[in-house]
Design a protein around this ligand. Structure first.
Ligand SMILES: Cc1c2[nH]c(c1CCC(=O)O)Cc1[nH]c(c(CCC(=O)O)c1C)Cc1[nH]c(c(CCC(=O)O)c1C)Cc1[nH]c(c(C)c1CCC(=O)O)C2
Length: 353
């Protein structure tokens, strides 16, 4: 199937970097590059009504995926969806309240956790795979250098929202459950490993060329818990994907992992490490294998502010990463108050090296 498509993987700069090549100037994309800082996104978002409808209407989700590519010409397009669409597809009611972030009906007891069904995911998420197909066809036709990135949340971060029911600074409820009833928390994590593997493989089959696992809350865990709930399940997903798809590159993003990045890089099998804003880049470069790509880690606030500080921060990152496989990105998602012209300026700067 893949051989029939134009511009096969290896010629795309993003895929070459993920393959371990020191491409320069480095390929670039930005976490949350589609979103509320773009007026054209706000227009489609208003048309869709609610966020879940936007994520499950392929024509609209494909349109917002492509908006930042048209405007700025990044090297990667990331599927427009959300990490919480996996619990939604497993049967957990999800709602995005205006200004409050996601709201889920919390699952905390054995009955509620056992009632979730990971087997439903591929069927219920069908519109999301259709979005992948539409975006890939559009890129093949109009932007053959741009690679399509599929994604999911990692089991631990997704479980945090599922158990807590909404965002939190410390996710004390899920972290307590993991300590007091690890058997039950482990059941939830196992369901998520199954669901996430099937969900990512279906994205790959629909045309995604790289996959990313977002583990936004990994850094809340002490090392023993980090090994058990971050490294183990992530490794299981990577190995299960590898059995079916030997080549698709996987980016892991264990946010705020600090020194645990070393074990994560060694033991999960990911091809690329996403780095958050706190990561010291030269340390990270020494902590992972030379063939493992790094991605990150500009402070999203530098992009909000723009000007000389943005230029200085971006240049310092480029200086530290030159000569190794690297993908320019932020260390966390774009802020909604980001002026689009600052994004355009950053793309120009990175492109000129
Ligand atoms: C934790 C997390 C979520 N979602 C995601 C994470 C991991 C990365 C991170 O830590 O930010 C990942 C995500 N969310 C979204 C994408 C789309 C692709 C992209 O452009 O990066 C991706 C990759 C769209 C979105 N996901 C969400 C929006 C904003 C919703 C809107 O348009 O109203 C977008 C564009 C909503 C969302 N979704 C989530 C929260 C906490 C929120 C509310 C925060 C907010 O409102 O900005 C859960």
């Amino acid at each position: 199937m893949e051989s029939e498509r134009p511009a096969a993987g290896p010629s795309k700069p993003l895929l070459r970097a993920l393959g371990g090549e020191a491409v320069w100037p480095p390929p670039l994309w930005l976490m949350r590059q589609a979103g509320r800082y773009l007026p054209e996104y706000r227009e489609v978002r208003a048309q869709a009504g609610d966020f879940v409808t936007l994520c499950t209407t392929p024509e609209l989700a494909a349109e917002v995926t492509l908006q930042p590519i048209r405007r700025f010409g990044m090297d990667g397009a990331i599927l427009f969806s959300d990490i919480l669409m996996v619990p939604w597809a497993m049967g957990q009611p999800l709602h995005f309240a205006e200004g409050e972030g996601p709201q889920l009906q919390p699952v905390r007891e054995a009955g509620a956790i056992e009632a979730l069904d990971h087997n439903l995911v591929v069927q219920r998420a069908a519109p999301i795979f259709e979005t992948v197909r539409l975006v890939r066809a559009a890129l093949d036709a109009h932007a053959p250098r741009v690679a399509l990135i599929g994604f999911a949340g990692s089991p631990f971060t997704v479980a945090c929202y599922m158990v807590e029911g909404h965002g939190s600074r410390d996710f004390a409820i899920p972290r307590s459950l993991a300590l007091t009833d690890p058997m039950l928390f482990g059941k939830l994590i196992r369901q998520l490993v199954e669901a996430t593997t099937a969900y990512l493989l279906a994205q790959a089959e629909a045309g995604a060329e790289a996959l990313m696992l977002f583990d936004s809350w990994a850094g809340l865990l002490p090392p023993s818990q980090f090994r058990r709930w971050v490294i183990e399940p992530t490794g299981q997903i990577v190995r299960a994907i590898r059995k079916v798809n030997a080549s698709i590159p996987i980016i892991g993003f264990p946010r705020l992992a600090g020194p645990m990045l070393v074990e994560y890089a060694q033991r999960t099998g990911v091809q690329c490490l996403g780095l958050d804003t706190t990561m010291e880049l030269r340390w990270a470069a020494g902590a992972v294998a030379p063939s493992q790509a790094l991605q990150g880690n500009l402070d999203p606030l530098a992009l909000v502010g723009g000007g000389m500080a943005l230029e200085a921060e971006a240049r310092s990152i480029l200086g530290a990463m030159r000569g190794r496989p690297y993908i320019f990105n932020l260390g966390h998602g774009i802020e909604k108050v980001t002026p689009p012209e600052h994004v355009a300026a950053l793309v120009r700067l990175v492109r000129t090296g």
